[in-house]
Design a protein around this ligand. Structure first.
Ligand SMILES: O=P(O)(O)OC[C@H]1O[C@H](O[C@H]2O[C@H](CO)[C@@H](O)[C@H](O)[C@H]2O)[C@H](O)[C@@H](O)[C@@H]1O
Ligand SMILES: [Mg+2]
Length: 244
């Protein structure tokens, strides 16, 4: 099977990661910049595919909508936990009861540590340490201990200068499968684009369904995705071409 990027929207369903794929990595989650024309390009692609474009992201749904306003695209937010379908229907699980205590614990952990940042996404909590890479091991230990104390409903999601605690029942691969079984996506071939370990489940599922998976940045041994883009600017240029 060819591993070249789709050059048309015909028959394809698009699954796009956000941070590090559509937009450049920034020092903090709030500091990202969405190029002014990107939301419109995604909306045009969505229309051209009959709604078969979903953002699969670690971000929460409210943040996705703020970043890509005025459009509200199909999305699998918080790593596939919160789903919004092409018809606008939304499925959001309730918060694990254990998260309240973990939120307090991680809040106390980052307090007084200027290189760390707690991102509260409601059903998930992320401890960022981009400003202090030496904190990697301490953050991982604390987040894994906190998650273990929270029980089997929760799991640890590593990422780029971040460890998160998120619901265990979902991931981007399962979200991709759910979208592919929904009316706007059914019958198309999935193409998944991502940059990080959280994207591997959607890469695997897209490949399993006879689709394609492409990675932004360096090729990764053992990854289901082919390297296709050096950076998010390359992804945006490809999408702009498809939407033109
Ligand atoms: O699945 P994604 O759309 O790639 O989201 C993954 C996480 O992205 C965000 O954190 C990352 O990007 C930040 C902004 O560039 C950066 O400062 C941070 O170091 C990265 O880990 C977001 O804040 C997380 O909630 C997402 O899970
Ligand atoms: Mg990413």
């Amino acid at each position: 099977m060819s591993d070249s990027l789709p050059s048309t929207t015909d028959d394809w369903a698009f699954f796009l990661d956000i941070d590090g794929t559509l937009i450049d990595i920034a020092p903090t989650p709030d500091a990202v910049v969405v190029p002014h024309d990107l939301p419109g390009i995604l909306d045009r692609l969505s229309q051209r595919t009959g709604g078969a474009l979903a953002l699969l992201t670690g971000r929460d749904l409210d943040t996705v909508d703020r970043l890509f306003a005025p459009f509200t695209l199909p999305a699998g937010a918080i790593h596939g936990t919160q789903l919004r379908f092409a018809d606008g229907e939304v499925a959001i699980p309730s918060e694990s009861p254990a998260l309240a205590g973990i939120r307090e614990r991680l809040g106390a952990f980052v307090a007084g540590r200027p290189g760390m940042l707690l991102e509260d996404k409601g059903t998930a909590l992320a401890v960022h340490f981009r400003a202090d890479p030496t904190a990697h091991d301490a953050v991982e230990r604390e987040v894994r201990d906190a998650a273990a104390a929270g029980g089997a409903d929760l799991t640890v999601q590593p990422g780029k200068a971040v460890f998160e605690i998120r619901p265990a029942h979902a991931d981007k691969g399962r979200a991709l499968a759910t979208f592919m079984d929904s009316p706007a996506f059914a019958g198309r071939r999935p193409v998944a684009i991502g940059d990080d370990v959280t994207d591997e489940s959607m890469f695997a599922e897209a490949t399993r369904r006879g689709g394609q998976a492409f990675r932004v940045g360096a090729a990764q041994a053992g990854s289901f995705a082919h390297k296709a883009f050096d950076d998010p600017a390359g992804v945006r240029a490809w999408l702009a071409g498809l939407a033109a």
